[in-house]
Design a protein around this ligand. Structure first.
Ligand SMILES: Cc1cc2nc3c(=O)[nH]c(=O)nc-3n(C[C@H](O)[C@H](O)[C@H](O)COP(=O)(O)OP(=O)(O)OC[C@H]3O[C@@H](n4cnc5c(N)ncnc54)[C@H](O)[C@@H]3O)c2cc1C
Length: 316
């Protein structure tokens, strides 16, 4: 058996005449963990698209196949580069680098700052400063945990885009969320998307825009590929009714979404939900009126891999 080590960075060229290199062989592995399943599958989809394109042209020369490399480097090369530098960071000992909030790098100017009290062992947490006592710093730490749980994921992009556009002080918003998280024992529970959604709904229910926010959260939820709405987002809402209403309204052939033969599949595999004009304006869909959004089985090519969507304005 021939063994070779897992590549640690992408190969120089992943295409030539009649050849595309995909997955581990192309070095499409996470530079931090060496995991290659996600990147391999992502790039395989791009390779398939390129091959489909080449087959249509009946031309498999390198100059046609190079679009594969352009596609995958655009998608993941920044991540790979970041991972490479992160790997160098991880290779350092704790004395060389501290990552994250409220820690210090021993032996640097900051560690010698007057009034800075920090733990003597890695990861050298800052315990207090001249201006912040320990309780205030601890509060800052938990605020960081809430931002990490709610914001640094693919779950709520539309909601947070709305929050930023609303001009609200985001720090104040997260402070309120932290209080709610404590009240609901969030830090001792699994931070599922359902629980996070429940807390966002609870934390915004009293607002004038409560209904709008719930709609944005529903959009974000369905765009993540779920085939139901959880209780906090209105589980009782009958998604099947909207599917049937649209099925009655749309023609037998509706390019590019379906033709006569694929029509049943389109309605069976997609999710449908009506949205108000206000919500659709926030989402950048339509021209101001209400309508229905179909969440298709296919996903976007972006790393977040959201379900693709199609918007159908109300007919009247
Ligand atoms: C123990 C272990 C745990 C892992 N855990 C994770 C994880 O948690 N997450 C993660 O993302 N990654 C993980 N990985 C890495 C991940 O499995 C690989 O990165 C991924 O499978 C690479 O996919 P690939 O299609 O590029 O190559 P492979 O899965 O290696 O597929 C290559 C295929 O080509 C075949 N082949 C080889 N030579 C020839 C030839 N001459 N002719 C015909 N066929 C040939 C091989 O038999 C094999 O079936 C793990 C790997 C190992 C070994």
């Amino acid at each position: 058996m021939l063994l070779s080590p897992i590549p640690t960075e992408p190969i120089e060229c992943s295409y030539t005449d009649r050849v595309l290199v995909v997955g581990e062989a192309a070095g499409q592995v996470k530079t931090t963990t060496q995991g290659g399943i996600y990147y391999g599958m992502l790039c395989a989809a791009m390779a398939a698209e390129t091959l489909e394109f080449a087959a249509k042209k009946d031309d498999f020369r390198a100059q046609v196949l190079k679009r594969y490399e352009q596609a995958w480097t655009k998608e993941i090369s920044q991540e790979l580069k970041t991972g490479l530098s992160l790997r160098e960071v991880f290779a350092m000992g704790p004395h060389h680098i501290q990552m994250g909030l409220l820690k210090i790098l021993p032996g640097t100017a900051i560690s010698g700052e007057p009034g800075l009290v920090h733990a003597q062992r890695p990861p050298y947490q800052v315990l207090a400063t001249d201006s912040l006592d320990h309780a205030s710093l601890a509060e800052l730490y938990w605020l960081g945990e809430v931002v990490e749980a709610f914001h640094n994921n693919r779950y709520f992009p539309s909601f947070f885009a709305w929050l930023r556009a609303s001009g609200e002080d985001v720090a104040v918003f997260f402070e309120g969320l932290l209080a709610l998280c404590r009240e609901r024992n969030f830090f001792n529970r699994a931070a599922t998307q359902e629980l996070l959604s429940e807390l966002l709904v609870a934390g915004t229910a009293e607002r004038a825009e409560g209904d709008l926010i719930r709609e944005l959260l529903c959009f974000d939820w369905l765009r993540c590929g779920h085939h139901h709405l959880p209780a906090p987002l209105g589980a009782t809402a009958d998604l099947a009714v909207w599917r049937e209403a649209l099925a009655r309204r749309l023609p037998l052939n509706f390019a590019p979404h379906y033709d006569y033969q694929s029509r049943a599949d389109f309605f069976r595999k997609s999710m449908f939900m009506p949205f108000s004009g206000a919500a659709l304006r926030c989402l950048g869909l339509g021209e101001g009126g209400a309508g229905l959004v179909a969440f298709l089985p296919g996903r976007t090519a972006s790393l977040q891999r959201f379900q693709k969507t199609v918007f159908f304005p109300d007919s009247n």
